[in-house]
Write a protein that binds this ligand. Sequence first.
Ligand SMILES: *Cc1c(COP(=O)(O)O)cnc(C)c1O
Length: 345
Amino acid sequence: MSTAKLTINLDALVTNWQNLNAMTNCETAAVVKANGYGLDAGRVAKALAKAGARNFFVAAAEEGVALRRALGPGPGISVFSGHMEGDTKLLKEFQLTPMLNSLDQMLRHFETLPGHPFGVQLDSGMNRLGMEPAEWAAVRDIALGQGPVLLMSHLACADDPAHPMNAQQLRVFREMTDGIEVPRSLAATGGMLLGPDYHFDLCRPGVGLYGGEPFGDALPVVQLDLPVIQLRDVEPGESVGYGNAWVAQTPARIATVAAGYADGLQRALTKGDVFAYAGEARCPIVGRVSMDLITVDVTALDQVPASLTLLNEEQTIEHLAQAAGTIGYEILTSLGHRYARTYQG
Ligand SMILES: *Cc1c(COP(=O)(O)O)cnc(C)c1O
């Protein structure tokens, strides 16, 4: 079998949720959009529900439908994109709670699903989703009359604790919601780490659950093992891969492993310090990353194992992200569909 193996440690994921939960006195929900950051929203949410998570967030109603099918009735499922045209039937049938983002969405919701639970997303300065202060001031009495279950907003710079935008958004969110007897939520992973002022009634971590920054104490959740398909010895002067990008200076042994940029391992990875691990030993990646293959210099190994490891406790999604000039979120959500996925825990 030449399929790379992605192992997802649900115990580590649950521990991350519990450790984040222990940092606050409020409820901790879980964000499982983009199919649980690429790791399978159903499995992720089921593991977290078993550990005590009661509310989940997705980006779109369709994701909520898939999640409801996996979770069954009971846990709350909220939709960040709100109530879009065409969502009505799904929201109703699958008991999804839209976070209404605009007057349009509000009118649609109250007209088509009166009495159906909803939240309101407020824009405290990110200018991405949610009602702005003036819009909210105009409609808030009507909205509050319909009994929202949550008022939420999102921070733009929470991964940088020193950024003045955090305090500014906190102030705006408070101005928009202080004195209202409805549960409030402002913090995702980064916001949780900013301290209790940011916690309100419910926190919504995503990336920290899956082992990513800015939750520096997160346990890694994914391991990626790439089977060695072929081994060859090259002489000094011989090149490896597309564009002859790497040329052996000394006699070398090259392992070709099965995964490439079509599996989310970006070509830019080779710009940084990314290695293929044989146990503890680090082997340099040489040449370009192909669509399905990566070449590794294993000259230093006495014995080449059946597979080399690209993601483990030493080398995490953050290392790959740094090498490729991106963020852990993007590495996670790009992890390929070809991998044979195994769930632990
Ligand atoms: C993605 C998202 C989250 C989770 O963010 P993380 O940084 O992954 O913890 C929370 N709230 C909203 C509105 C989001 O879009």
